[in-house]
Design a protein around this ligand. Structure first.
Ligand code: GUN
Length: 293
């Protein structure tokens, strides 16, 4: 039976380390980490995410600004606000919640964030830094996956990591983390995507399998080998009339069948999910400490 990688517990450990470092930074240098978050429009999921980011700031002793703007806000106004925050020394991290409304060019907005405040790690400068192994901000979900592997003592060097999904937010950056020539990485990486014809041909070869496709339970027991380490990034809502809400949340991995063969596995919920905010807070702390750039 697989070891369950407890993302809640590990994220709590990280948050408690952040809290200690935050207190030290304040007592030694009178600096409080500050995160500024911009939400444009009324997407309910985004609103929930933004609230939990603000709550995390409060619980760790960070300053936070949350700016909510209407759906029809012009692109130029969004960029003006980012520029104000770029120039504000009390703001160490800037996050523009995605997706943005259709009339706003997402790339243009992300490019307007100063790379040394880009705690989401989405700016092409930070993505490039990751690729060539320079210090920079690493986007939060892949950084969280790396921490889960590291803190669970999972050997990655020389192992075959198969990533399912090539998104800019998860698939590409986790691939780039895992093949770096450094401790807790150094893996051989395969990325599968929509043009992969026989997915299970690849997933069966994985020593470490990262599923980040956003399709409920597509990886099943017969698709993996004995002893695989499974990181499930999926958060999918499926109808379930037997529950009070009428739905339940499942990952991209069919937990019951895969956990019978895996040596370790992240559950959904409670695996990768809680790590994302913890790493956002960690990036903001690093920015305030001035240790990245
Ligand atoms: N939307 C969904 N996830 C994220 C995230 O990690 N950062 C931002 N900025 N937007 C998101």
């Amino acid at each position: 039976m697989a070891i369950i990688i407890d993302g809640k517990k590990i994220s709590d450990e990280i948050k408690s380390e952040i809290k200690q470092r935050t207190e030290k930074l304040f007592s030694e240098k009178s600096i409080k980490p500050g995160l500024a978050v911009l939400l444009v429009g009324n997407d309910p999921a985004s609103s929930i995410y933004v609230n939990s980011k603000a709550k995390a700031c409060q619980s760790l002793g960070f300053d936070s600004i949350v700016k909510r703007l209407p759906e029809d806000t012009p692109e130029s106004e969004v960029i003006n606000i980012v520029n104000q925050w770029n120039a504000d020394p009390s703001v160490h991290g800037i996050l523009v919640q995605l997706p943005l409304p259709k009339h706003i060019n997402e790339t243009k907005v992300l490019l307007s964030i100063q790379p040394n405040k880009d705690v989401d790690g989405f700016h092409p400068e930070n993505v490039g830094r990751l690729v060539i192994g320079l210090p920079g901000f690493v986007s939060c979900t892949p950084a969280g996956i790396f921490e889960l592997l590291k803190r669970s003592n999972i050997e990655t060097s020389g192992k075959h990591a198969v990533i399912v999904g090539r998104s800019n937010i998860v698939g590409k950056p986790i691939a780039n983390i895992l093949y770096q020539k450094k401790a807790f990485a150094n893996a051989i990486v395969t990325i599968c995507h929509t043009a992969t014809k026989d997915l299970s041909y690849y997933t069966k070869q994985a020593d470490i399998l990262v599923a980040a496709v956003g399709k409920p339970e597509i990886i099943r027991g017969e698709d993996v080998k004995e002893g695989v380490v499974v990181i499930d990034v999926g958060i999918n809502r499926v109808d379930d009339p037997s529950t009070e809400k009428g739905y339940r949340i499942v990952g991209d991995v069919h937990f019951d069948s895969v956990s019978k063969k895996a040596s370790a596995i992240t559950p959904v919920p409670g695996g990768v999910g809680p790590m994302t905010i913890a790493m956002l807070m960690y990036n903001t702390l690093l920015s305030a400490e001035g240790v990245v750039y």
